[in-house]
Design a protein around this ligand. Sequence first.
Ligand code: HEM
Length: 195
Amino acid sequence: MPASTIPGYRYGDRALPPASIDEAAFRDLCAACLLADDDLAALREAAPIIEPQVEEILDTWYGFVGSHPFLLAAFSTPEGPSQRYLAAVRARFGQWIRDTLRGEFDAAWLAYQREIGRRHADGKNATDGVEGAPPVVPFRYVAALIVPITVTMRPFLAKGARDAEHLERMHQAWFKAVVCSVALWAEAYTREGWW
Ligand code: HEM
């Protein structure tokens, strides 16, 4: 699905509030994650390897969420797991993989990270008009999911890596980008002035 037609997807939407982090503070965050220019290059090298495997990766991640009731709860209403909600988020999740691998962490990307954080917290459910699902994704699980989202990526990267060193470089870059994203999303969960 072309990004522009994904319901609720707003990366690049100028009507979104800008990020509250400025360029210098974002550079510091990247430095804290050891995320450097060669990682951005490694993400871009990973993009064509991952692109044809996005649906399979999403199947893996959705399988993980679906097999843990405490995670599936975030997508559930009193009637049970909402297939409509799961499907709507899945399309944006796939696009998030592509966007992360573009490695262009500019102002528009930062603004959308703020929005994604908000959607896990006090903006949850609104994008897809879901009623009856929990009002927030507990932050402890957002942080914890960095692990499966990193570990499960490795075999998919391995399919197109030139050698072990190339695989390691792309995998490390992915790990750093996910940690950096979650660090940005944490803003929605932290007390004013504490982020
Ligand atoms: C590293 C951890 C995580 C990553 C990378 C991640 C990624 C994403 C992405 C890319 C989206 C779509 C954003 C958009 O609207 O464009 C999303 C939405 C969502 N995620 Fe996560 N997520 C993480 C952790 C979790 C956890 C632990 C849960 C709990 C099951 C969860 C539940 C949700 C839900 C319910 C939505 C939809 C929110 C809404 O109503 O808009 N996420 N996530």
